[in-house]
Design a protein around this ligand. Structure first.
Ligand code: MEV
Length: 289
């Protein structure tokens, strides 16, 4: 039995959600909160076992494996615990595996179990950092961004990613041209934001995030709670704010500079959100022991 302990980071989508499912690019950052997988005999595993079972089936050697999982983040935040647990479990079995091989294997498992998803969360857990990503890993480009001034607020509502993706698919079926135009506009924002992020022009990045939020609203995936937190953050001086991920709940993100950070965080909390201390641009999957 392999005794490696491996940790993988969670993720936050910065721009491009939903459109990425249809082949457009997005930008995702790996976060400081990590999930750790190690071999153990504990049988009460507080996770969806399907991802672990599928990983063992893919790369195990036919023996019975028992894993324990420690996570610095709750599955309810939408930080990508399914992707992180899949990536980390696979790496316990092949600690020296190359990232591309690991990404492909983990993405296949996530698709088999979940049936849907672009794989941006798998890429963040595998590679870490901040990535320009095109669906299914057609492009995985690390962006050397410095000090993303990110603030994260949790709505208290768990989003149902699969039904939100289906909801967008239904909208696209009813109104293909309109939805395709929205996706293209989101893709343009992702292209525009890339050089701004590399330059560290966070004020402009914030503006582009605001535009992205307008398109997500048009897609129908925002919620009252998300809007309340976003508008509170902006009134308190954020350069921009938007939902992050599938929408419907989970987290919102905002960008704000040093002296305004406290005011933005307080405004999010006063509007009923839970501010989560998250550092972006975190290291990808790694062997701990
Ligand atoms: C969900 O966190 C983000 C979506 O774009 C789905 C995906 O990319 O897998 C809605």
């Amino acid at each position: 039995m392999n005794k490696a302990t491996v940790s993988a980071p969670g993720k936050l989508m910065l721009l491009g959600e939903h459109a990425v499912v249809y082949g457009y690019p997005c930008i995702v950052t790996a976060i400081s909160q990590r999930l750790e997988v190690s071999v153990s005999t504990i049988d009460d595993i507080p996770m969806d076992r399907r991802f672990i079972d599928a990983a063992i089936q893919a790369w195990g050697d036919g023996k019975d494996y028992l894993f324990s999982i420690k996570s610095a983040f709750s599955g309810k935040y939408g930080f990508g615990s399914s992707a992180a647990v899949t990536v980390a479990t696979l790496k316990t079995m092949r600690p020296t595996v190359e990232n591309r091989v690991l990404f492909d294997a983990a993405y296949k498992i996530v698709l088999d179990v979940q049936g849907i998803g672009s794989g941006f969360d798998v890429a963040a857990s595998t590679y870490g950092g901040t990535l320009y990503f095109v669906a299914a890993g057609k492009i995985i480009e690390p962006l050397s961004v410095q000090e993303v001034p990110l603030i994260v607020g949790y709505t208290g509502v768990k989003a149902d990613t699969t039904s939100l993706i289906k909801q967008v698919a239904e909208k696209k079926e009813k109104n293909p041209e309109k939805v395709e135009r929205i996706f293209q506009a989101i893709a343009k924002l992702v292209e525009d934001v890339k050089p701004r992020m590399l330059e560290g022009d966070w004020e402009r990045v914030g503006k582009l995030m605001d535009f992205n939020q307008e398109y997500l609203r048009d897609l129908g995936v925002s919620s009252e709670k998300l809007e309340a937190l976003i508008s509170a953050a902006k009134k308190a001086g954020a350069w921009g704010a938007k939902l992050s991920g599938a929408g419907g709940g989970d987290c919102m993100i905002a960008l704000g500079s040093g002296e305004k950070r406290d005011a933005i965080q307080k405004a999010i909390a006063d509007a009923g959100g839970q501010v989560i201390d998250v550092q972006p641009n975190a290291e990808g999957v790694r062997v701990e022991i």
